[in-house]
Structure formats: C-alpha cells, structure tokens
Write a protein that binds this ligand. Structure first.
Ligand SMILES: [Zn+2]
Length: 209
C-alpha cells in the first residue's frame, strides 16, 4: 500500500488515468446511443415527474396491462380499457387507440401542425415534431405538449379503471391546454403567455431556429 492520498483511477482504452467527469462525458458522447435517447429530453419547462413519466413511457416502464402481464402480475384482462379492441401497451393507449387518436387530432388542430396519418408510437411522434422546421422554442413547446397529452391520457385511463369516470375528449383537451399553459408560465421566465392567445395557440416564439 502506498502512502499517498487515495484517488479514483479509470481505464479509458489502454490508458489508466485519474477519473474526471469531463472524460466520462466525452466517452459517453462518442458512444452509439439507442434511438430513443436522441429525441428524449429533460426539459426544465416540465415538472420533474412529467419528464420522468415520458421517459418511462418511451422505455416501456409504465404499468400498462401488457406490461403487468409481462411481469406476471395477475390481471383480469390485457385489453385496452378505453376501446377493448387491442392489447393495452403504452403506445396503443397513448397514440393509436381511437380515444388517443381523437386527442391528437384536436392537438394537431390546436397547434396548427399536421400530424402523420398513422402514428404508432410516442417516440415517432416526438421524432416527427423534432424534425419540423420550427424554432427551438416551438419544438420545446411541442415536446411539452406531447408529454402533457400522454400524462392526461394516462390519468384519464386510471380514472376510468379506478373510479369508473368515462373520459371526455373536450375535458382532456382542455386540461392539456391548461396544464401546458400553467407549466410554461410558471417555469419559463422568458415567456409570458396570455391564456386567450394560448387557447388559440397564437404565440410569437423566439425566432431562432
Ligand atoms: Zn384502446
């Protein structure tokens, strides 16, 4: 044993050197990443729990009926409680289910962005919006709205299962508009939205692409 102060060493390639966070970061930046992480972001515009929720959705970590069945949790049915037609996976419930589809049509009209005719997954939806020729602020708002919509559909699903409350499209779309307004206005200092304008999605986003 030496007499010096203990220190962390790590091996990068063939070189053993003192551990530095910046070296780790550089190494991670060079690694091929799974496609999900390219569009998954952690944005300060959203509360932590909603950021976490969206990550769990994309990484198949929310307790849908399909996920519970896969983990051998005894459940009476794996069918979607909203439509009873398909297996309740996260992507079905939040994107391709008839109810979710209606929510996305309403959001598409609200934010004046045409959505692809067939969307199959949350990650595809995020990728599509991320590739739009829009300013960074608008893309960030779109990301926030996707997260808010997924969260609201998930809550509506839970209320149907646990309280028997039948989801109403207009109520959920209203909640998505209200929550996204609240989060942007309370968390983003540089943006002050007007509720009447937000309801029409008339927002002058910063022009930088
Ligand atoms: Zn369904």
């Amino acid at each position: 044993m030496g007499q010096g102060v203990d220190k962390w060493l790590w091996q990068s390639g063939t070189v053993t050197e003192s551990f530095r966070v910046c070296d780790l970061r550089r190494e991670l930046d060079c690694m091929p990443t799974i496609p999900e992480t390219r569009v998954l972001k952690w944005i300060s515009w959203l509360p932590k729990k909603i950021n976490c929720f969206l990550w769990r959705v994309v990484l198949d970590g929310i307790p849908t009926r399909e996920a519970l069945a896969t983990r051998r949790v005894p459940i009476s049915s794996i069918r979607c409680v909203m439509c009873s037609r398909s297996v309740e996976s996260a992507d079905h419930l939040l994107i391709s289910c008839e109810f979710a589809h209606q929510v996305w049509v309403a959001i598409s009209q609200w934010i004046k962005v045409p959505m692809p005719r067939y969307m199959l997954s949350v990650i595809e939806t995020l990728e599509y919006l991320d590739n739009l020729q829009q300013t960074n602020q608008m893309k960030r708002a779109a990301y926030l709205i996707v997260a808010t919509a997924c969260w609201s559909i998930w809550l509506a699903r839970n209320q149907l299962i646990f309280k028997g409350t039948v989801p109403q499209l207009s109520k959920i779309v209203g909640e998505i508009k209200a929550l996204s307004f609240l989060w942007i206005n309370s968390r983003v200092e540089s943006i002050k939205l007007d509720w009447k304008e937000w309801k029409e999605f008339k927002v002058a986003w910063a022009s930088r692409l």
